[in-house]
Design a protein around this ligand. Structure first.
Ligand SMILES: *Cc1c(COP(=O)(O)O)cnc(C)c1O
Length: 388
């Protein structure tokens, strides 16, 4: 049945037609497709401003800058994320620290954050919660803490395009800025790509300037009187983080199918829940009121109930041509972060999770037969371990 990856893109004829149309139009970049994608994305996420960029890493970096993070500043995030959630703080010259996760949701622990805020000698300027696997983080609780302690919330919603809290889309409220990724493995793709959304017009203006060298072409923003129609002003130090029209055309076409792709992911997640229920594994939590984007489906080996190791399950899946993976080894235990003073034991819940977790395949085109194969390999490996 061929190799089954943990995730892969879903490209259909409409996507190909949209990309072809962009390629043969007058613009490859800075044409009409980027604002059209931004408007569609903003509408889908019920937020007034969306700024498309080259990737979510750039979106996190520019968002930190737009929020005023700089040398002497402090950013807190979770260890259970892709390294970009932490690196963005260092890009700005700020310090970075971590807050442990809740073992059930695998998102930032509100209790751990509250305790750290109470005892910290220095309060964070920016806190970056991650909507892990697509499950929205508890932003209502974080917003209350942000208002009390004066930090900004930069939500890393890279996994969570289309997810919602009590019917309200991720990114629409509570965070100061939310960031999404369109890497090929994510729920909506542009190849590489990212988006920053905000309700704040001033932040949106700064994000737009930072993505294009710190330049503005809006006469209303000029410091000097414009000597002619050619005039633009560089008013800050920015970068070139612009998305191309080709990518934006793909993204907009993908968004038109987001509901259908999400329904496919939800169906598969429910199917895994049912098929894996009898096995000695921990399955993703279902939290009332939270609709996950199901970017990934992560199981955990429960050592209390089975002698099998995570390594044995991973190796068995890989040997069967199944692209099991780990999301994530804790960031603070990466060599780069250990060299910055972090050590095992610093964030026990994230470390325990990182030692037990295994991502199994989930993507819109995964067939029931492929899913059954994944379940069979897990069941057989567990049965063999129990018999031994
Ligand atoms: C994928 C990912 C990123 C980075 O996204 P890119 O678009 O690849 O730069 C950041 N944070 C998280 C949680 C991610 O999963």
């Amino acid at each position: 049945m061929g190799f089954i990856p943990y995730s892969t893109q879903d490209i259909d004829d409409a996507d190909v037609a949209a990309v072809t149309a962009a390629l043969t139009s007058a613009f490859l970049t800075q044409g009409p497709a980027v604002p059209a994608f931004e408007e569609t994305f903003a509408a889908r996420h019920a937020v007034p401003h969306a700024v498309a960029v080259t990737n979510a890493t750039a979106a996190l970096h520019l968002a930190c800058l737009a929020l005023g993070l700089g040398p002497g500043g402090l950013l807190w995030t979770v260890p259970n994320s892709f390294v970009a959630s932490a690196n963005c703080g260092l890009y700005c010259g700020a310090e970075v620290d971590f807050v442990d996760i809740d073992p059930v949701t695998r998102n930032m622990s509100v209790e751990a954050l509250e305790a750290k805020l109470e005892s910290a000698s220095r309060l964070p300027d920016v806190v970056v919660p991650v909507d892990f696997a697509g499950l929205p983080a508890d932003l209502a609780a974080l917003r209350a803490l942000a208002d009390r302690h004066g930090f900004r919330i930069l939500e890393d919603a890279s996994h969570a395009t289309g997810a919602d809290r009590h019917g309200r889309p991720v990114g629409s409220e509570l965070a100061d800025i939310a960031v999404f990724s369109f890497h090929a493995v994510k729920v909506v793709t542009t190849g590489e790509g990212g988006m920053a959304v905000t309700r704040d017009a001033g932040l949106a203006r700064r994000l737009r300037a930072l993505r294009s060298h710190g330049i503005t072409r809006d006469p209303a923003e000029f410091v000097a009187e414009a000597p002619g129609g050619w005039h633009y002003e560089q008013q800050a130090l920015g970068w070139n983080c612009r998305m191309t029209d080709v990518q934006a055309a793909l993204g907009r076409s993908q968004l038109a199918r987001l509901d259908a792709m999400q329904a496919a992911r939800e169906r598969q997640a429910a199917r895994y829940d049912r098929l894996l229920a009898g096995l000695p594994l921990l399955l993703p939590a279902r939290i009332p009121g939270l609709r996950s984007a199901w970017h990934i489906y992560v199981i955990e080996v429960d050592e209390a109930r089975t002698p099998v190791s995570r390594r044995a399950l991973y190796d068995a899946l890989r040997a069967a041509g199944i692209g099991a993976n780990l999301h994530y080894a804790p960031i603070h235990l990466q060599p780069f972060w250990r060299a910055r003073g972090f050590a095992p034991g610093d964030f026990p819940a994230a470390e325990r999770y990182g030692a037990r977790a295994l991502t199994i395949p989930l993507f819109p085109k995964l067939t029931d037969a492929q899913q059954d194969r994944v379940v069979d390999v897990l069941a057989e490996t567990l049965a063999r371990a129990e018999a031994a």
